[in-house]
Design a protein around this ligand. Structure first.
Ligand code: ADP
Length: 502
């Protein structure tokens, strides 16, 4: 082995000594000398031995006749155009006379007279294998580091051996010397919020080892900015021949978006099913709500023909009148729903006295109490003032109050129904409190939905289409207010229309 042939020398490659003459390289290292125009002026014998090119045939030709490849490029011209410089020194591949690629270390030296000396140090078979292995490892590492998935290798004791960039980024571990540390040890080097993920990971690793086979599952990872991420994690245990634990491979993919879409889809499906159920329920309720007063109207109208007693006829006419009003109310509710749905309801802002309006609504109910045979119910207004002038939509406020009182009447057999008004700096509350059947906690928000009733379908014992509260709530929201409810089953309910003062 000659002067420059040792691999040790190749590593410290600031050599060769500039005082050496070109003959000093013969039998030692391949040498090509080119002039300023990159024309070949000398090729030594070693170049022939290493690569098979007959020196005499190339003198005077451009250095471009030789194909040199650097890094991953397969283009014959790239090296000379882009990489060849006076200080180039790196491993390259050169195409030999038999069109095979040989590995060598190429060092370029610029001489004071403008010549370039190209020193090719062909590397041995072992070195070649080592270089290609190194290249493969580099390729593998860059592949593994460029995937958005997280990849981590651990030893049989849970100590980290390798983690790719995505894994280190996810857990804010860039720059941390993680090798040889367990999950719980690594948790000390990063944000506190990850501690739970590392603890969970430690436990699921153990489960995987015990099951002896690959496992897969979602792992939820909290991040410092409060966003929760979901990773689909695959764990693969690798055992030694004697059955002892060797390595654990952990692969994880961020599926947060997919899981969100899945949840949205499930919700959308549930909503569709629910709206389907509500539609059927609505049809059942509607046909009942229409049929009952219509039957009464038709039935009593027929009876009038046969009846001669004038008092009876008046009673029948009263019943027909009441049932027609019920029908009209229902149709008005449906009309309101369609107006609200198509955003055609305008809220008025005229000045009026709310106390006066409350009294006006109140006055129409004793007749209904009488008709329902509920005169025993204590029905009164509790007000802390004689007048309350405000700007708003009197008609709609009266409509909401009527709905609330009508419900109170419907769902209260005995006890009381109180109408109240409380005014504070921020808002005013118009309330209807009853001692009726009340509503269980789980239904309290549901009842504001369109066609929603605590009792649904044919088994209902109270009339109504389930529209009053949803219409009232939507109207209240249009006034930038809301309808609030407090209720206890079998004790009674309070419904409040709350509207901000401004
Ligand atoms: P409707 O009264 O026509 O069924 P609403 O939308 O006005 O429709 O009311 C929805 C449901 O809310 C009622 O069916 C009933 O189950 C419940 N509810 C409303 N007000 C009261 C009340 N004062 N007491 C008990 N339950 C009530």
């Amino acid at each position: 082995m000659g002067l420059f042939k040792s691999s040790k020398h190749l590593q410290n490659t600031d050599l060769p000594n500039f005082q050496l003459s070109k003959e000093d390289f013969d039998d030692v290292m391949s040498l090509i000398i080119v002039d300023k125009q990159k024309k070949i002026i000398h090729i030594n014998q070693q170049f022939y031995s290493d690569f098979g090119f007959v020196p005499q045939e190339y003198i005077g030709k451009s250095i471009h006749v030789f194909s040199v490849f650097y890094e991953e490029s397969n283009d014959r011209n790239v090296f000379w155009k882009e990489h060849f410089t006076a200080k180039f020194s790196a491993y390259v591949k050169i195409e030999n006379a038999s069109k095979q690629l040989d590995f060598c270390k190429l060092k370029v030296i610029e001489k004071p007279n403008g010549q370039y000396w190209l020193l090719f140090d062909k590397i041995t078979h072992e070195q070649q294998s080592f270089t290609s292995l190194k290249e493969s490892v580099q390729l593998f590492t860059s592949l593994v580091n460029n995937t958005p998935d997280i990849i981590c290798f651990k030893d049989g004791n849970g100590k980290w051996l390798f983690a790719n960039d995505s894994d280190l980024e996810l857990f804010h571990l860039k720059g941390v010397d993680y090798i040889g540390k367990t999950d719980l040890e690594i948790a000390e080097y990063t944000h506190d919020v990850y501690r739970r993920s590392f603890e969970t990971c430690y436990k699921t690793d153990e489960k995987c080892w015990q099951s002896g086979e690959a496992s897969r599952g979602d792992e939820i990872i909290q991040t410092p900015n409060g966003v929760e991420k979901v990773y689909d994690v695959i764990k693969i245990p690798v055992f030694n021949k004697d059955g002892s634990r060797k390595n654990l491979i952990v692969l994880g993919r961020d599926v947060s978006e997919n899981r969100k879409v899945e949840v949205d889809l499930i919700e959308a499906k549930q909503k569709a099913e629910e709206s389907d159920r509500l539609k059927s329920n609505f049809l059942a309720t509607m046909s009942h709500e229409l049929r009952t007063p219509l039957n009464a109207v038709i039935g009593f109208a027929n009876l009038i023909y046969e009846e001669e007693d004038l008092t009876e006829i008046h009673e029948f006419a009263r019943i027909i009148n009441n049932n027609s009003k019920m029908l009209l109310n229902l149709i008005e509710d449906i009309f309101d729903v369609s107006l609200i749905e198509s955003e055609q309801v305008q809220i008025d802002h005229s000045e009026f006295d709310l106390v006066k309006s409350i009294k006006e609504v109140y006055e129409i109910f004793p007749v209904e109490l009488n008709m329902l045979d509920k005169l025993d119910i204590e029905f009164k207004i509790i007000l802390d003032r004689d007048t309350f002038v405000l700007k708003g939509d009197e008609f709609r406020i009266k409509q909401i109050l009527t709905n609330l009182i009508r419900n109170a009447l419907k769902f209260t057999k005995k006890g009381f129904i109180h109408i109240g008004l409380k005014v504070s700096d921020k808002y005013w509350d118009l309330s209807v409190t009853d001692s009726g059947i009340g509503i269980s906690e789980d239904k309290l928000q549901e009842i504001f939905g369109m066609f929603r009733q605590v009792e649904e379908g044919y088994k209902r014992s109270f009339g109504g289409a389930g529209l009053g509260l949803s219409i009232s709530k939507r109207l209240a929201e249009m006034m930038r207010g809301d309808i609030l409810v407090e209720s206890e089953l079998n004790k009674g309910s309070t419904f409040i229309l709350r509207v901000p003062m401004d």
